[in-house]
Design a protein around this ligand. Structure first.
Ligand SMILES: Nc1nc2c(ncn2[C@@H]2O[C@H](COP(=O)(O)OP(=O)(O)O)[C@@H](O)[C@H]2O)c(=O)[nH]1
Ligand SMILES: [Mg+2]
Length: 145
């Protein structure tokens, strides 16, 4: 059982469909189910964002502002993505701890996504399959205060 007061407040960022909401469910130990994210969602320690905030240039500022409410910003890329939304070294523009999470490692090797996340400035990178729970404990441990 995860107690929100034990956890670092974490903002999840990435394109729509990358697996932010599913990761949130896995980290919280909830049943995995599809749920479209229509607006910024605060579930105590996890802040889930709609993919459009990362994809539409004009909405990017909203993510910057929400990052100030977080201890950690997690940038997500799926192992089978064929592009990255995140500019090189963008982590240096965020004055929070920035980590990378590769989702959907059941679909493809994570190497390409790891390289993109590293290029964007993430020093810590985790690899997960939110459906089976692989890698979820490591992320949860890192996000525990
Ligand atoms: N195979 C696999 N599918 C995943 C994984 N994570 C998310 N998905 C699926 O990807 C789709 C989009 O996930 P969702 O969490 O809604 O993405 P979001 O738009 O970033 O919130 C859903 O059908 C999820 O079940 C994963 O690690 N492995
Ligand atoms: Mg979502």
């Amino acid at each position: 059982m995860v107690r929100s007061e034990d956890m670092k407040k974490t903002l999840l960022v990435g394109r729509h469909g990358v697996g932010k909401t599913t990761l949130k469910q896995a980290l919280r130990g909830e049943r995995i189910r599809y749920e479209k994210t229509q607006y910024m969602l605060y579930d105590d320690w996890l802040i889930d964002s709609p993919g459009e905030y990362a994809e539409v240039h004009g909405l990017g500022a909203a993510l910057a502002i929400y990052s100030y409410e977080a201890d950690v910003v997690a940038m997500l890329i799926a192992a089978n993505d064929d592009y990255s939304l995140f500019p090189p070294n963008v982590a240096s523009m965020i004055n929070r701890d920035v980590i990378g999470i590769v989702t959907k490692i059941d679909y493809a090797p994570p190497d390409k996504a790891i390289a993109w996340l590293r290029n964007s400035g993430c020093r810590r990178i985790f690899c997960v399959n939110s459906h089976t729970g692989e890698g979820i404990d490591e992320v949860r441990r890192y996000l525990t205060k």
